[in-house]
Design a protein around this ligand. Structure first.
Ligand code: JB8
Length: 271
């Protein structure tokens, strides 16, 4: 898979030489190229921004500079719709989730356009959409960063670890998609079985594989209900067994004809 990242701070992407993503690049599994947007600027000062039309604070990234950069980096790919996707990190985008990462891992060529200041002139996304390029504006969450570079780091790591042939991935990816899909993970422990007076739950030392699996599923569900009720609402009811429903009922959730809904909201605080 090929990923191009365009930024005015290409050095921000240096951590992508480390760890598993770095290894994937060295082995050729991931062809990741980082570009300096200013290479496409026209003037001596390599200007990439201008003041916002209509007024307001801050600066906006110029469409002409972005257009020339993206024409080059998207390359002939603009003539092959479906082969390339333009990803634009922005706090106004759709939230990045695992489904999106899984989909992007199947796209042969992803170009990430990292904005700064108040963002990129809106006509850039509009232009490439009009030329048949899939354009996805993505947010990391409901908070504001200074630019798209951190989102690009997150995206590359989330996608690269899913690529077939990524070192050490098959078993752990299978485990992630196990249990009640769409829940948080269960808590994990290692040796020693007692540490500073805290004991590892006895069931994990029992060797009873089925009981361990059930306990983990209970923990995952309970954690999810307490911390992420939004995820409980999206669970597929058909995937819940009798015990799942009992656990959720205990936490105030009931199965209705429109899926799960909270009947008695919990009073306590999530830990
Ligand atoms: C200017 O919060 B963010 C984010 C913030 C940004 C830009 C892109 C992304 C561009 N500010 O994910």
């Amino acid at each position: 898979m090929r990923i191009d990242v365009v930024s005015i701070f290409p050095e921000y992407l240096a951590p992508l030489e480390l760890s598993l993503v770095g290894k994937a690049r060295r082995t050729g599994l991931l062809d990741l190229r980082v570009h300096d947007l200013r290479d496409w600027a026209h003037d001596r000062h390599r200007t990439v921004d201008d003041s916002p039309l209509g007024g307001g604070a801050g600066m906006v990234m110029r469409p002409d500079v972005w257009g020339e950069a993206l024409d080059d980096v998207l390359g002939g790919a603009q003539a092959h719709p479906g082969e390339v996707e333009l990803v634009v990190p922005t706090p106004s985008g759709l939230p990045l989730d695992q489904r999106t990462a899984e989909r992007l891992a199947t796209v042969p060529h992803v170009v990430v356009a990292c904005g700064r200041y108040e963002g990129i002139d809106a006509r850039v996304a509009e232009h490439y959409r009009g030329r048949g390029v899939a354009v996805t504006e993505l947010s990391l969450g409901d908070y504001v960063l200074n630019g798209g570079e951190v989102a690009a780091l997150v995206l590359v790591e989330a996608v690269a670890r899913l690529l077939p042939g990524m070192v050490g991935n098959p078993a752990s990816l299978v485990e992630e998609s196990h249990g009640a899909a769409g829940t948080l993970e269960y808590p994990v422990y290692t040796r020693p079985p007692e540490w500073r007076g805290h004991e590892v739950p006895e069931v994990l030392l029992s060797g009873h594989h089925a009981r361990i699996e059930r306990w983990r599923r209970d923990q995952a569900l309970e954690r999810t209900a307490r911390r992420r009720p939004d995820l409980i609402e999206r669970l597929a009811v058909e995937d819940l067994d009798r015990r799942d429903r009992d656990i959720l009922a205990e936490l105030g959730w009931e199965v209705g004809d429109e899926g799960l809904r909270v009947v008695s909201p919990p009073g306590g605080v999530a830990d």
